[in-house]
Design a protein around this ligand. Structure first.
Ligand SMILES: *Cc1c(COP(=O)(O)O)cnc(C)c1O
Length: 365
């Protein structure tokens, strides 16, 4: 028979360390202090709406975002999909979003699967812009009642987009255009924390432009699991119903909500440190002749080296540093809670050596 251990297996030691994992901010690990906060959480049955730690988290997110209701869910993907499903009620319908949007490219085709909507992906560069503008969205909205078409019922934006801040003017213009045409708006703000930290524009101001917003707790904020969906009371009621249908009704989820409370208190205020480390890394790599392919607005540094991306990532791996290659030439470094200034310095040192040797190779040719 299973025997409860007589003394709990403490102290908790979960964190690896010593290596720099720059692949993503999803790799962040709950710190010992966060784990202690989780241990201490009062809990109840969240499907009954009785988990005090979850209820307090949702109340806190209502306060932070200015939306009337909030729902704690398992992932940002779940949050986005619940939002799409709750907004989109009656086919035929379509969704307009940036062609790079996570909801479109990295959620296993969920929007079409769950809602029957077709996606209209827009490349803003075709309209001379880095991010969605009214000029880019306008011609892609389906507004007529021609029986051949699927009327647009939802416009989605994402901020940050691959680590870049979407300008507030774009947000104002696109959401105004949608509103004027009776179209709902959703923000995939998985990393809105980073945008707000970088610009000083409050979460509340950003969120005020949209009917619903997703915020992720398990990236830069360092929680093991969890995201938040905010919107109107009626919308969140519907999303809660769909969450149950999707199998996402969870019980003593306060254990996880406690991590979120800890993250709001300690890790959200730490984001300027991540951004400073990213800027330091970007500056260091640029000064060695690497091309910064996108502005390092927040916690991501995208670079192109004068040699194959794999040469660089393999060399870094020899030093225990892991990165994600966008393609054959581009590398992405994501700075987060468990990346230190020393890790960034190490990357710069390895790249300096590599640049020197490859110049040596060039000369000897
Ligand atoms: C990571 C991410 C998601 C999905 O988050 P999960 O919690 O891994 O499901 C959604 N949108 C954006 C913009 C993201 O970066």
């Amino acid at each position: 028979m299973y025997q409860q251990p007589s003394s709990p297996p403490l102290p908790i030691k979960g964190n690896v360390g010593g290596v720099g994992d720059f692949r993503s901010d999803t790799v962040t690990q709950p710190t010992d202090a966060m784990r202690q906060a989780m241990l201490a959480a009062p809990v109840g049955d969240d499907v009954y709406g009785e988990d005090p730690t979850v209820l307090a988290l949702q109340a806190r997110m209502i306060e932070l975002t200015g939306h009337p209701a909030a729902l704690f869910v398992a992932s940002a993907t779940m949050s986005n999909q619940l939002a799409a499903r709750s907004h989109l009620t009656q086919p035929p319908h379509s969704v307009v979003c940036d062609h790079r949007a996570h909801m479109h490219t990295y959620e296993a085709g969920g929007v079409s699967f769950f809602t029957g909507a077709s996606i209209i992906p827009v490349d803003p560069e075709r309209y001379g812009a880095r991010h969605l503008t009214a000029k880019a969205v306008g011609p892609n909205l389906c507004l007529d009642d021609d029986v051949h078409h699927a009327p647009t019922r939802l416009v989605c934006m994402e901020n940050t987009m691959n680590g870049q801040v979407v300008p507030i003017e774009n947000i104002r213009d696109v959401t105004r255009l949608a509103r004027e045409n009776g179209i709902a708006t959703h923000l995939d703000g998985a990393r809105l924390w980073n945008a707000s930290t970088a610009t000083g524009i409050s979460l509340k101001e950003y969120c005020s432009h949209y009917d619903s917003v997703t915020l992720c707790l398990s990236k830069g904020l360092g929680c093991p699991v969890g995201s938040i969906l905010v919107g109107s009371k009626q919308f969140i009621k519907k999303a809660t119903h769909f969450r149950k249908m999707f199998g996402g009704g969870w019980r003593q989820a306060g254990i996880l909500a406690a991590a979120a409370h800890y993250a709001l208190d300690h890790n959200f205020p730490n984001l300027p440190n991540d951004h400073a480390n990213a800027a330091f890394l970007a500056h260091g790599l640029a000064s060695l002749g690497l091309e910064l392919t996108r502005p390092a607005d927040t916690n991501m540094v995208w670079v192109r080296a004068p040699f194959p991306a794999s040469t660089l990532s393999n060399r870094l791996a020899e030093h225990g540093i892991t990165v994600f290659s966008g393609d054959a030439t581009e590398l992405r470094f994501v700075v987060h809670l468990q990346i230190t200034r020393e890790h960034c310095e190490k990357v710069i040192d390895v790249v300096r050596d590599l640049v020197r040797t490859s110049e040596g190779v060039e000369k000897s040719r």
